[in-house]
Design a protein around this ligand. Sequence first.
Ligand SMILES: Nc1nc2c(ncn2[C@@H]2O[C@H](COP(=O)(O)OP(=O)(O)O)[C@@H](O)[C@H]2O)c(=O)[nH]1
Ligand SMILES: [Mg+2]
Length: 195
Amino acid sequence: MEINTHNAEILLSAANKSHYPQDELPEIALAGRSNVGKSSFINTMLNRKNLARTSGKPGKTQLLNFFNIDDKMRFVDVPGYGYARVSKKEREKWGRMIEEYLTTRENLRAVVSLVDLRHDPSADDVQMYEFLKYYEIPVIIVATKADKIPRGKWNKHESAIKKKLNFDPSDDFILFSSVTKAGMDQAWDAILEKI
Ligand SMILES: Nc1nc2c(ncn2[C@@H]2O[C@H](COP(=O)(O)OP(=O)(O)O)[C@@H](O)[C@H]2O)c(=O)[nH]1
Ligand SMILES: [Mg+2]
């Protein structure tokens, strides 16, 4: 499929099913803990400086953000997990919103699950991966901030992450940097293969 990735815009924000777009366009959801580089990933992939806001304020009401890409597909930005400061009630609300989207959305083709290449995955990262595997949702692991690790150490960090996640080798694993754009073409290839 030919997609003009420069032709992208925010379409709508949704709290639940009744607000989702009503059509058949394929969707790729982006998940990851806050600050992992999710907004930067979206901006980099869509050649934009500030389409997805970077470093949004923690704790504010968070919604699913749908981005229209050339009227052919969408990115769905899932609010980041792992804010220490949100209440139990907010966390539960967040959980229900994500679960509803991930388990019932027919348009969903794959989830890009972002982790920080520098660190071992958090308990939340592991839980998200296990959740996606359990529901048999195709996963693309994107390890962000690769520019902050010398290339000679990429393998070591990749192996540590895979081990902690109990990574399924049939999933994609991509080293990515929104600073150098390393991994961008690979990420697009993986995404286009899923839609
Ligand atoms: N060096 C480097 N910094 C990054 C990268 N991706 C994101 N950041 C920085 O990490 C912080 C959080 O990024 P953001 O995209 O807002 O994360 P989000 O909360 O997951 O949406 C910001 O200061 C970004 O500039 C990357 O690939 N390399
Ligand atoms: Mg963000």
